[in-house]
Design a protein around this ligand. Structure first.
Ligand SMILES: CC(C)(COP(=O)(O)OP(=O)(O)OC[C@H]1O[C@@H](n2cnc3c(N)ncnc32)[C@H](O)[C@@H]1OP(=O)(O)O)[C@@H](O)C(=O)NCCC(=O)NCCS
Length: 324
């Protein structure tokens, strides 16, 4: 049997990891093959640098799996967590249990430093190894959708692909004020701490993903124009408002949707959990559950989180994932 070695990866493994990504995801998320994207995602995350793991055979990387640290607030207390991502095995090496073993190795390496792990599963193949490695499905987060421009939808067959032009770009000039709004908004829910540093990193510093951050005095919303399932889409990635200020948030979002429709964007979409305070507001704004769902899974690392994680009201959106 061929010898396989498991180890934590370092920054200088970047190019080999990206070459493996190109073989495993030739048609998915091409921007993630850009070294600048990798640096941003894995080296500059404010909760700490990524923890990447690789399996090697004969000095060649054949499998990769990574965690990106996340800072959560649960029951008012800060908890360090990691998000699982980028599982990939070289096509020539699949079906030999290498990924399953690397995953177990990676959990052993991080489990004393973090309280729990989060994972968002969309691809069917990713589920069995997660279940075998102790992950528990916790909830299904729907992607809500809302048609924006019937004219654009009706004429879509004849049109060119949309430009990547921004609709309404606002610089993230006051992340401290936005972090303050978020703190008020998420109180009582389990949520990823939207500190000023997190907001800057997530919505302003990516070299490739460009967001529109629209803020009022008591509310803000973050969107990104993208193509999802072939549709020119305005993805609502994050939203928050100060308690008692839902009306301001609704107005803000109505304006965003109006401008997007006028720009010919076909649909708006939002990945959002039912416990997120904006879920019902989006329904009132005309969003409906679409056909796609993300399975959210948890892995308790310290043995003390199970009960808390189970009863928690998880307020999650695309901003908490690495998808958009
Ligand atoms: C998903 C992916 C990472 C799995 O990698 P892999 O190294 O083939 O995974 P494993 O070999 O550990 O497991 C694959 C199957 O082989 C089986 N297997 C075969 N021989 C085995 C052995 N000797 N030991 C253990 N499992 C073995 C496993 O039981 C598993 O079956 P299951 O899927 O029914 O549970 C790989 O298919 C891939 O890179 N896909 C493309 C990228 C992708 O979709 N990534 C996931 C989303 S991020």
């Amino acid at each position: 049997m061929t010898e396989i070695a498991f180890r934590q990866a370092e920054a200088n493994d970047r190019d080999s990891i990206l070459a493996l990504r190109a073989r495993c995801f030739p048609d998915d998320d091409p921007e993630k093959q850009d070294p600048r994207f990798w640096q941003w995602e894995f080296q500059r995350s404010p909760a700490g640098p990524g923890r990447m793991f690789v399996a090697e055979s004969g000095g060649r990387i054949v499998t990769h799996f990574a965690f990106v640290p996340q800072a959560y607030v649960t029951d008012g207390a800060a908890r360090r967590a990691v998000m699982a991502l980028d599982a990939m095995t070289d096509p020539d090496w699949r079906g030999r249990g290498v990924y399953g073993r690397l995953h177990a190795f990676a959990i052993e390496a991080v489990k004393n430093e973090y309280a729990f792990g989060t994972a968002y599963q969309i691809r069917p193949k990713a589920l069995p190894p997660l279940l075998r490695n102790g992950w528990t499905p916790r909830l299904k987060a729907p992607v809500l959708v809302r048609p924006l421009s019937w004219r654009a939808l009706a004429g879509r067959a004849m049109r060119r692909p949309p430009s990547s032009g921004e609709l309404h770009r606002t610089d993230l000039i006051n992340p401290v004020a936005l972090a303050d709004i978020a703190r008020d908004f998420f109180a009582g829910r389990v949520h990823q701490d939207r500190t000023a540093e997190f907001l800057m990193w997530r919505y302003s510093e990516s070299p490739i993903w460009k967001y529109d951050v629209v803020a009022g005095q008591h509310a803000f919303a973050v969107t990104r124009r993208t193509r999802l399932r072939g549709f020119d889409t305005l993805a609502l990635v994050d939203v928050a408002w100060r308690r008692g200020c839902a009306r301001e948030a609704k107005e803000l979002m109505r304006g965003i949707l109006r401008r997007a429709a006028a720009a010919g964007v076909e649909v708006a979409a939002a990945l959002i959990t039912v416990a997120h305070p904006a879920f019902s507001v989006l329904l009132r704004l005309g969003f409906l559950p679409g056909p796609h769902r993300f399975l959210f899974l948890l892995r308790d690392f310290d043995g003390s989180s199970v009960a808390m994680l189970d009863r928690a009201r998880w307020a999650l959106t695309w901003g908490d994932t690495d998808h958009l």
